[in-house]
Design a protein around this ligand. Structure first.
Ligand code: ADP
Ligand code: G6P
Length: 737
């Protein structure tokens, strides 16, 4: 039976060794805590790192580590301490983590880290392949494994692969600074579906793909030479029921059954009934804004001294990535800050901050969530922030106020919280005051709405939605209407080609015989291509026609020594085999003076674009423009031109990064059909890559072999992935002449 293979750097279980004995504890962090319940319920295996380096596990316990992991359907990947240093503490947490959270000043670009990152990503990909069986769905998680999707694709081209990024994806302006940006994007694009927590991260990713790799992006789809990749946002939820039930159980406890922590909390609350506790929980990470939070709290106490002895900040920080210098520095900074502020405000019976630097068992987390009337979460940047959601889920009597940074992904869905900018101490302080004074009815009203939403969009629903979307993406790919030219399909076409008596091949030039280049004048045919076309055209029974939007002079010049028929400017001119050019009867050029200034105005306003003047058409090229601006301006120009040329027998052709204005009666469909008049071809083949070729695909007889280059919506019957495949196909024709 097919299964889901989950893969993330860290397993949901953490293995440690005490006195030669293995200890297994749950991992901390949004990914592990969130995904755990999806894994528990489903038919899945989870591949990842158990938290110890290979050197830390004695030989005799290696097997035991694996068997402990297996008990929870996990597979432990062993990483050496060098790998952990270079891949985990290095590239993952000194390069990607700070960069993706906009901490550019902390971002290190060491080639050595990058080499380890590639090596360990490959190790993970190889481990997946060991467990992969046809029909399985592979789900890769997070920034530590950005290269894995494509590494799997290389070994299992047909695999269904999803990727989810649990942290922000930064804006293009930030991402572009990464030296290995191309490789990273291509790595992720190995997936069929790529998920982010918010639409902003999604749009930043798409913008990087289109600007850096220059792949075509239509809404949320990226067209690669051989596949379409879908990108979407799925805000991760929590296991709502688990937190709600735990809170309900918690309130049933008698005093004796309560944890020691709860007893201490109650003691404090009972001693000062008017006092409130503010909760703060995070991994100790500079992205979480812990220092800002403490300073904002100081600001609040300075400004509102009446709250002294009435409020306490309960701060829980989980040790994290302490081998990275920034984290060690942060630890020192927080220690000092807490010390300073406690020193500044403490009274004989009161300290303003209780600070715990450790991981706590689930039960104690619930104690804290349920005992604190206010939660203050102020990340500077956070992919999602599940703590915010967990806090709300445990407020079973609906009271409590959540103050949440607008920089957390969760803020997008939690409008009813008090949303603040963590850099604005005035605002944080005002929010704290508002939280203290908020009437219970208002708290309940806000929380009920939040709870309704969190309950509905739980982690289970999140995972289901992602899986459904992944399945749908695959179905769409498979139902692609035209047929891919595989070995077998091309053999069938050749069979028909061999037996036919009169054959004609219409071949587009740019994007079909040669790749696009920055400057159109640099796309000259190479000698090998010229020879290939020459040979294809060498038999009496086979006519080859190069059919292009190019102007007659360029095309004529490039193919002057090859006796092949040419159709230029979409059919304005035809060059016969003897070299004579003939003008189509349908063209006119009296409109050009009126249209030229309009296009020139767009050239001036859109850097990177230019106007190409042909004999009977005008073309505006925007391939080198900023992709987003280019699309916007193309749309604008197309609309402007359509109004201008209405009723003049002209049309605007929307080509591959080019708009072309010409007589409506001239197009490749009309031009190619004209070649068939009075002839008895019994094998017709047409190949091309863009919109202008669609006229051919539609107008040629249905039995023709029409082929689109690239994966796009098309009326052609077949498709091939790119220009190198086109050449291979034409080579086949040559062999079968
Ligand atoms: P991140 O993924 O950046 O660590 P999240 O807020 O999304 O941040 O997730 C943190 C997870 O870790 C939550 O599920 C939370 O319950 C858990 N957690 C946070 N602090 C502790 C702690 N001290 N002990 C145990 N679990 C914790
Ligand atoms: C965040 C990341 C996770 C990571 C977790 C804990 O939630 O998105 O991928 O596992 O932090 O960090 P750690 O480095 O301890 O795995």
């Amino acid at each position: 039976m097919s299964k889901t293979i989950i893969i993330s750097n860290r397993l949901p279980l953490q293995i440690s060794i005490e006195d030669d004995k293995l200890e297994v504890t749950p991992s901390v962090g949004g990914l592990a805590t969130g995904l755990k319940s999806f894994h528990k319920d489903g038919d899945s295996i989870w591949i990842g790192w158990p938290g110890l380096t290979k050197e830390e596990i004695p030989e005799n316990l290696l097997e035991k580590v694996q068997s402990e992991a297996k008990k929870e359907n996990c597979v432990a990947v062993n990483l050496t301490s060098d790998e952990i240093d270079g891949f985990y503490y290095g590239f993952s947490n000194r390069t990607i983590w700070p960069l993706f959270h906009y901490f550019m000043q902390y971002t290190e670009s060491e080639d050595e880290y990058w080499q380890y990152y590639k090596q360990v990503n490959q190790k993970y990909a190889d481990e997946i392949i060991k467990h992969y069986e046809e029909g399985d769905v592979i789900w890769v998680h997070d920034y530590q494994l950005l290269l894995v999707p494509n590494m799997i694709r290389e070994q299992a081209p047909e695999a269904t692969i999803g990727f989810f990024n649990h942290i922000p994806f930064p804006s293009y302006e930030v991402f572009r600074t990464l030296p290995w940006r191309d490789e990273v994007l291509k790595g992720v694009l190995g997936a069929d579906l790529i998920g982010f927590h918010t639409y902003d991260y999604e749009r930043h990713f798409l913008s990087s793909v289109s600007r850096i790799l220059r792949y075509q992006v239509d809404f949320n789809e990226v067209t690669l030479p051989d596949r379409i990749v879908k990108v979407d946002s799925f805000p991760m939820g929590i296991d709502y029921k688990k937190f709600e039930d735990a809170a309900l159980e918690h309130f049933k406890n008698t005093e004796k059954e309560q944890s020691e922590l709860q007893q201490r909390l109650d003691h404090h609350l009972n001693a000062t009934p008017n006092a409130k506790m503010i909760l703060s929980i995070d991994r100790l990470d500079y992205t979480k804004g812990i220092a800002h939070r403490i300073r904002a709290f100081e600001y609040f106490l300075d400004k509102n001294p009446e709250y002294i002895e009435k409020v306490r900040l309960v701060m829980l920080a989980v040790p994290s990535r302490s081998n990275v210098p920034q984290y060690r520095r942060l630890k020192r900074e927080i220690d000092e800050l807490v010390g300073r502020i406690n020193g500044k405000f403490s009274t004989v019976s009161w300290t303003p901050i209780w600070y715990f630097y450790r991981s706590l068992p689930f039960e104690n987390l619930i104690d804290l969530y349920t005992s604190c009337k206010i939660a203050l979460l102020t990340p500077i940047r956070d992919g999602m922030n599940l703590v915010a959601k967990e806090y709300i889920a445990t407020r079973t009597d609906h009271t409590g106020v959540l103050i949440l940074s607008e920089m957390a992904g969760a803020a997008h869905e939690m409008n009813e919280a008090l949303i603040i900018n963590p850099n604005d101490f005035e605002q944080v302080s005002a929010a704290l005051k508002q939280a203290f004074e908020m009437p219970e009815e208002e708290q309940m009203e806000r929380n009920k709405r939040l709870q309704k939403r969190l309950r509905r969009y739980s982690v289970e629903k999140w995972a289901q939605d992602f899986m459904k979307a992944l399945k749908k993406t695959r179905e769409n790919q498979d139902s692609f209407q035209s047929t891919r030219i595989t070995e077998k399909v091309s053999e069938d076409i050749m069979e028909q080609f061999r037996i036919a008596k009169r054959k004609i091949l219409f071949i587009d030039y740019d994007g079909t015989l040669v790749d696009f280049v920055d400057k159109p004048e640099n796309a000259r045919p190479d000698a090998e291509l010229k020879e290939l076309i020459n040979e294809l055209n060498s038999k009496e029974d086979t006519d080859v026609i190069l059919i292009s939007g190019r102007d007659k002079n360029t095309l004529g010049d490039w193919w002057q020594d090859i006796p092949v028929e040419l159709i230029s400017e979409h059919g304005v001119w035809m060059r016969k085999i003897d070299g004579e050019w003939e003008l189509s009867e349908n063209v006119k050029s009296d409109w050009m003076d009126a249209v030229r200034p309009v296009i020139e105005n767009f050239v001036d306003r859109t850097p990177g674009t230019f106007l190409e003047e042909k004999n009977y058409s005008l073309a505006w090229h925007y391939r080198k423009a900023d992709p987003e601006l280019g699309e916007i301006r193309a749309n604008e120009l197309s609309n402007t031109l359509k109004e201008l040329i209405a009723n003049h027998g002209l049309s605007v052709l929307d080509g591959n990064k080019v708009l072309e204005i010409k007589s409506s009666d001239v197009n490749k469909g009309k031009a190619s059909s004209k070649k068939l008049v009075g002839e008895n071809y019994d094998f017709i083949f047409a190949i091309g890559d863009d919109w202008t070729d669609e006229y051919m695909f539609r107008e040629l007889p249905e039995t023709s072999y029409t082929v689109k280059v690239g994966i796009k919506k098309t009326s052609a019957r077949f498709y091939v992935e790119g220009t190198s495949k086109v050449r291979k196909l034409l080579e086949k024709f040559k062999q079968n002449l």
